[in-house]
Design a protein around this ligand. Structure first.
Ligand code: FMN
Length: 348
């Protein structure tokens, strides 16, 4: 309600100005989160790796880059909150304007380039976070760091934030840091995961992948992640659409591509987790993911367009599903894929 009144004003402003304005408000007034948020039914919790999400839909990386409004997003009712991308050294990101809206298509394009306050400034917020919503920490390399140097840089971030993170995400899939996507090469990732696994202590670790990779490459990455005992993949980051301009596109324009990638990964039935992200805007999208064998999802762009109503909509639809099926989500995810498909047939 409040968001629908505010939205015309916000959407009359430059997208990044509007974003910063909202962040300023919610970091000062975290109680607004509970006023417009959802309360979780315990029957909706799901286990992702070693982490229990209280709800199967989490907040994707990039919205709270500096972990400034964790209590607000926790009170909104996200199942997990992923902050970042955090780099070792603070950086400004690319010149503005670098965030664009496509309202008719319920999509965004961004060319942010990881603007963030860096490890030292962000770390105290993570260590003092006392909420119950699990925290994902998404880490990336600084713009001018070479691939060789980046292994040490990511290891440092990984070690420094071990105690604060429920799970880590390695972001090598943003289109906005020159050369970053080249770090999706097997030889580089082999070296990186070997290094991270030295001090991992069983911590959940995901690799976030781009949607613009060929199928064979996606499967190669999924198998590599499995071989290095990563918790799984996050699929996907934003997609390149050069005809729209620089950067990466998210929201409805990304949906089909992202769904294709998730389907490709899930079809392989590799024994690891998948967090789906990209154009998830309706409960139907989540049910379709479950139909393919997936479980947890994240949102960013749909939350910008729909605000807190988005989570309410998902909550209502999932509660309706478990009530009709007389099952908790945990029980549902323990069923065979055939049985799950059968139970979902009237929901997609
Ligand atoms: C403005 C903006 C900034 C983003 N920044 C990051 C980031 O820093 N790190 C990251 O891994 N993904 C980032 N993303 C990608 C999202 O986490 C997500 O993967 C992508 O937007 C697809 O989901 P959606 O369609 O629900 O938005 C960003 C997305 C947007 C729109």
């Amino acid at each position: 309600m409040f968001y629908s009144l505010l939205k015309p004003l916000l959407f009359s402003l430059d997208p990044e100005v509007a974003h910063n304005m909202i962040m300023d408000v919610v970091k000062l007034c975290p109680t607004l989160g509970a006023l417009s948020g959802i309360k979780h039914d315990p029957a909706l919790s799901v286990v992702v790796g070693k982490t229990r999400w209280s709800f199967p839909v989490g907040l994707a990386a990039g919205l709270d880059k500096n972990a400034e409004a964790l209590p607000f997003f926790s009170a909104q009712g996200f199942g997990a909150i992923e902050c970042g991308t955090i780099t070792l050294i603070p950086q400004m990101g690319n010149p503005r304007p670098r965030m664009f809206r496509y309202p008719e298509e319920r999509s965004l394009r961004n060319a942010m380039g990881f603007p963030n306050q860096g490890l030292l400034e962000i770390m105290p917020r993570l260590t003092s976070y006392a909420g119950t919503t699990p925290l994902g920490v998404n880490i990336g390399k600084n713009k001018d760091t070479t691939p060789e140097e980046s292994i040490g840089e990511l290891s440092l971030l990984f070690e420094a934030l071990q105690d604060s993170a429920s799970y880590f995400v390695i972001n090598v899939s943003s289109p906005n840091t020159p050369g970053l996507r080249a770090l999706q090469e097997i030889s580089y990732l082999t070296e990186l995961f070997t290094e991270l696994n030295r001090n991992r202590g069983g911590k959940d670790l995901f690799l976030k992948i781009a949607p613009d990779l060929p199928k064979e490459k996606i499967l190669e990455l999924a198998r590599l992640a499995h071989d290095f005992k990563l918790t799984g993949l996050i699929a996907t980051n934003t997609t390149i659409m050069p005809e729209r301009g620089a950067g990466g596109v998210s929201g409805v324009l990304l949906r089909e591509k992202s769904q294709d990638i998730c389907r490709t990964i899930l079809n392989e039935q590799i024994d690891s987790e998948l967090i789906a992200v990209g154009g998830i805007t309706r409960p139907k999208d989540l049910f379709e993911l479950w139909h393919e064998g997936g479980k947890a999802a994240q949102v960013y762009t749909a939350y910008v367009y729909q605000g807190p109503e988005l989570l309410k909509k998902f909550n209502k639809a999932i509660l309706n599903f478990i009530k009709i099926q007389n099952i908790t989500l945990e029980e549902f995810f323990s069923l065979s894929l055939e049985e799950r498909k059968y139970r979902l047939k009237d929901f997609i």
